[in-house]
Design a protein around this ligand. Structure first.
Ligand code: IMP
Ligand code: MG
Length: 187
């Protein structure tokens, strides 16, 4: 299998990713210079490559922590549930937190995490995401820092997976039907 040839359309190149990451790092650096040290909270596993690239471009004292949440959303809002698979270990009480995500789609996952952090006493909670899919939004949520806005296609790469694959390519794109079929047969 050639992983890069498994994309039928590239929506963000390596160069674009680097450009957006640098821009976001500079914006955050400016906004958080009086809030040192903020906590950068990555949502596993998708945040991984973006988190690493982003924080190494931010020239501030900062802390890093992670949370793994699994989301189940029923048809009705009341059925929505976010389960914490792995919690963070840092206390957020009276702290400025920046949630780091690969993509915000419906916004439900981030919204729940945001509410949880506020209930734990966080001073502020903002969101940085490399990809935003605003057309998929089901709750009111506007990430403060956005890399690139994309449409409603299912995308992979740079942390985003299909059946755990594709997280390791430094580009974002739409997988071919053939590779999806091949992966489905394998799993
Ligand atoms: P939400 O719909 O905003 O709650 O997004 C929940 C999670 O779904 C994200 O953190 C991603 O892990 C995943 N997700 C949403 N859209 C895509 C996609 O296009 N490709 C891969 N994963 C996605
Ligand atoms: Mg995710």
């Amino acid at each position: 299998m050639n992983i890069e040839k498994s994309l039928k359309k590239i929506l963000m190149t390596k160069k674009e990713i680097e450009m957006h990451t640098s821009r976001l790092a500079k914006e955050i650096e400016k906004d958080y210079k009086d809030k040192e040290p903020a906590i950068f909270l990555g949502l596993l596993k998708g945040c991984h490559p973006f988190m690493s690239d982003l924080i190494t471009e931010i020239n501030l004292f900062l802390e890093v922590d992670y949370m793994d949440v699994s989301s189940f959303f029923g048809e009705m809002e009341a059925q929505s549930e976010v389960q914490i698979v792995k919690d963070m270990t840092t206390s957020v009480e009276n702290r400025d937190v920046v949630i780091v995500e690969d993509v915000v789609d419906s916004g439900r996952t981030i919204k729940k995490v945001q509410e949880l952090l506020i209930s734990r006493g966080a001073k502020s909670v903002e969101v940085v995401t490399i990809v935003d899919k605003p057309s998929g939004r089901k709750v009111e949520l506007v990430p403060k820092y956005i890399g690139k806005e994309l449409g409603n296609d299912f995308i992979v790469g740079y942390g985003l997976d299909y059946q755990e694959y594709f997280r390791n390519i430094k580009m974002v794109g739409i997988p071919t039907e053939e590779i999806i079929k091949e992966i489905n047969e394998k799993k």
